[in-house]
Ligand binder design. Sequence first.
Ligand code: NAD
Length: 298
Amino acid sequence: MAKETIGFIGLGIMGTPMSTHLLNAGHNLVVYDVVPEAVGRLVSLGAKPGASAREVAAQVDVVISMVPDSPDVQKVYLADDGVLAGARLGTLLIDMSTISPTTAIAVAEAAKEKGCPMLDAPVSGGDVGAKSATLSIMVGGDQQIFERVVPILKVMGTPVLCGKSGAGQIVKACNQIQVALNFIGMAEALVLGAKAGVDPAIVVKVLSGGYAQSRVMDARGPRIIRGDFEPGFRSRFHYKDLNIIRETARTYQCSLPAAALAHELFSAMQANGWGDLDHSAVIKVIEELSNVEARTAD
Ligand code: NAD
């Protein structure tokens, strides 16, 4: 059977490598981004450009989106030149952006009314996971639809059905609590060591070999202590996710004191103009509190 033609909307840090994997797996791809250079990169690899989300949707069997935030997803799907204005009956829709569960459910309901089944499928694993096609993919929606798109999702990582519509976004919110607190814990450990005169490289080396070891520290510890905060995952996006977490916690009357602290620290990053640095740069807030920088001499 011929492979599905896929429309991919949102070709940024994540969308570019994810769509490239689909192209390399033999899918015909129609792509769209508001930034023309991003479209040009994929076209040079063999994708076809679309003039709008609507035009992309009209030509494909499956639409995948990977845009920043809830309002962007609403625009991509619900605007006059959006996906739902162009999609044929039965076109499968997969939003892989990290957005509010409430928005994910509302957009999926609008899609269902148009006869297009929709899944929420946010990811974890960062730019590294996107490049190596090892993303953890958290899916919410109908099981039968999930099973139909598993071969496509497997090209980008490992999909897990988490529950009904919105459940993928709920699990992603859980993930973002743990990642934020992991970064904050690592930052405090490095700052205490530095303030007391221990080389941060020693702290990273020793903690990486014991119970404190984490994927976060493996990926970012060595870069933090060199002062390398090139994104990866922009802190303004993690701040967005912490706002989603607070909104979701309010909806379910769930008390999350440490996530509230993380929200305030990530808020301070935005106030300092560090929104486009990697989320590991939360250490800069902790460093300022103690007037020290946890950098290695090497
Ligand atoms: P990015 O800013 O690099 O890319 C987003 C792309 O979407 C940009 O190219 C932008 O031009 C495009 N876009 C925005 N609005 C659009 C619209 N209306 N129509 C078409 N294109 C539009 O962001 P990213 O890092 O790739 O993140 C995308 C999503 O994935 C976010 O929700 C983020 O939270 C999530 N995410 C990112 C990472 C990461 O490590 N970067 C990891 C997991 C999840």
